[in-house]
Design a protein around this ligand. Structure first.
Ligand SMILES: [Zn+2]
Length: 201
């Protein structure tokens, strides 16, 4: 906790004064262009890997960057975040970013004891389609293949949310699937079949 307090002190002393203009504008303006959905994993830092400033990314983080398909009537925090980003903030792009060494994806590949981690096991059921897609492409048991197919499955789930479906039909939003490799800093973009290509060199 002391580290965090020292960090806040450094932010107040060194960072904030250097960006006063930005923070003054942000105090009354919230117009992010991108909804960025990533895993909660502490090693994945969306603003760092995209070199974004405060105010530029609307971020939703979930275990395994899972986006449950739209379920009418449920009080779903992820769905609410998506709807707000698309229907109110008018984001033009949505990125679902998976990553290497994902603990939860490894649990999905290896199997998990639901008695020990009932909430995690229940949440990871949202990756059933990801596992099925991975088996179909012959990559069963490979965490990297599962991470890729999981990103594609979440992009498909995103499109079931009415706000996203409407924006896709009106061509006002574009969906992107990314994979971040922690050990090399590489970011790859997936095509519709899950084939990766380097985003930047
Ligand atoms: Zn993860």
């Amino acid at each position: 906790m002391q580290d965090l307090e020292q960090g806040v002190a450094r932010f107040r002393r060194d960072v904030f004064p250097a960006k006063t203009e930005l923070f003054t504008r942000l105090a009354t303006t919230h117009r992010p262009a991108t909804l960025f959905i990533s895993c909660s994993d502490a090693r994945v830092v969306p603003e760092l890997i995209t070199q974004s400033e405060p105010g530029e990314l609307f971020v939703i983080r979930t275990a395994c960057n899972l986006v449950p398909a739209y379920a009418p009537g449920s009080a779903d925090g992820v769905a609410a975040g998506i709807e707000y980003a698309v229907a109110v903030l008018d984001v033009s792009d949505i990125v679902v970013c998976g990553h290497s060494g994902c603990g939860a994806m490894t649990a999905v590949a290896d199997g998990l004891d639901p008695a020990a981690l009932p909430a995690v096991a229940g949440w990871l059921r949202h990756a059933d389609a990801s596992r099925a897609r991975t088996t179909a492409e012959g990559g069963a048991g490979t965490v990297a293949a599962l991470v890729r197919q999981n990103v594609l499955a979440q992009l498909a789930n995103l499109a079931t949310h009415p706000s996203v479906a409407r924006a896709l039909a009106g061509e006002t939003v574009a969906l992107h699937g990314w994979i971040y490799d922690i050990g090399t800093g590489t970011v790859e973009e997936l095509d519709a079949t899950g084939r990766p290509s380097a985003l930047a060199v």
